[in-house]
Write a protein that binds this ligand. Structure first.
Ligand code: PEP
Ligand code: MN
Length: 340
């Protein structure tokens, strides 16, 4: 249920109304836009009579929200959420490219890739230290040592870091990470979602391999309504019957999210494709449909990559793809965020 407040109502009267609603056993998501203040009522609103709220002079109108996601629902928060992370703006009107290797493999590798993606125009360095691998026999990532190397790359290049967490037990290790990635396989790891909701770190949450839009937004709701409003969504392809491509990029996810939610959404063309020749065309599609950015896998020597080499661009391919991305982003009137 949402309660839209009349214009120019003094804050004390809104606070009194909030107090009354909280007394009914509900919690409030408060959203103050440029012209409208909206109270989102969280909890079981089934027994609340709209008329008792309408009786308050501060209230313009009351609406029931039928979708189960409330706090991330655009009805609760009509303005787009734009986050500011390490001086870069993420959300509508801006465009970010997060780039780097699937996994951190050595100091030399991560420093070389970090320098190259920075020069090409990426705004964040992305690299995996804890890797969710389908096979227990595959390389599992450098773990804590990989995080240290990412921090060294940040120190040398100034690029902020995006890296994946696999367990809430590791949160302390992520203290200096700028954006914590929640991988597709963990989108419904509810304990982890709750802990990320308690943290204040920006979270890049990837869509599960077979998650519906509602499940995707409900997972975001865990984090956002749990207390952490710094959530960025990422569409990375869903599993279909098509074997020629690793996943199918669901381009409709972007306009659907933008219609139903206020959160930023990025596209990961690398995991959607599983093959490097598709990364540039899918990136063009991402810009055309209004995605807020891209996350692209880049490796200094993809043939020898320990993880996801087939979908990784080499440094030259990434640089030329970025030249094309920059032109298209400028044409769409969005502001590319880069190294500062
Ligand atoms: C990744 O970003 O390296 C990754 C494992 O992605 P996903 O969770 O989308 O499979
Ligand atoms: Mn990968």
């Amino acid at each position: 249920m949402i309660v839209v407040i009349k214009q120019n109502v003094p804050k004390e009267r809104i606070d009194r109304l909030i107090h009354r609603i909280e007394g009914m056993g509900l919690s409030i998501h408060y959203s103050e836009g440029s012209s409208t203040t909206i109270l989102g009522l969280l909890g079981d609103t089934s027994r609340i009579d709209e008329r008792t709220l309408l009786a308050d002079d501060s209230v313009e109108y009351v609406r029931r929200v039928t979708e189960p996601y409330k706090a991330v629902n655009r009805k609760m928060h009509p303005n787009d959420t734009v986050l500011e992370v390490a001086g870069r703006k993420i959300g509508e009107g801006y465009f970010n490219v997060f780039a780097g290797p699937c996994s951190v493999e050595s100091e030399e590798q991560i420093l070389m890739v970090a320098e190259a993606v920075k020069n090409a125009g990426a705004s964040f360095l992305r690299g995996g230290a804890f890797k969710p691998r389908t096979s227990p026999y595959s390389f599992q990532g450098m773990e804590a040592e990989g995080l240290k190397l990412l921090m060294e790359a940040k120190r040398q290049t100034g690029l902020p870091i995006v890296t994946e967490i696999m367990s809430e037990k590791h949160l302390d290790l992520f203290a200096d990470v700028d954006i914590i990635q929640l991988g597709a396989r963990n989108m419904q790891n509810f304990m982890l979602l709750k802990e990320l909701g308690r943290s204040k770190k920006p979270i890049l949450m990837k869509r599960g391999l077979s998650a519906t839009m509602e499940e995707f937004l409900m997972a975001a709701e865990y984090i956002y309504a749990g207390g952490n409003e710094n959530v960025i969504l990422c569409e990375r392809g869903i599993r279909t019957f098509e074997p020629m491509i690793r996943n199918n990029l669901d381009v409709s996810a972007v306009p659907l999210v933008k219609t139903h939610s206020h959160l930023p959404i990025m596209i990961d063309p690398s995991h959607a494709a599983g093959r490097r020749d598709m990364v540039a065309p899918l990136s063009r599609a991402a810009i055309a449909i209004g995605a807020d950015g891209l996350m692209i896998e880049v490796h200094n020597n993809p043939k020898c990559a320990l993880c996801d080499g087939a979908q990784s661009l080499d440094l030259y391919q990434f640089t030329s793809t970025m030249e094309d991305i920059k032109k298209r982003v400028a044409f769409e009137g969005r502001e590319l965020q880069t190294a500062l």
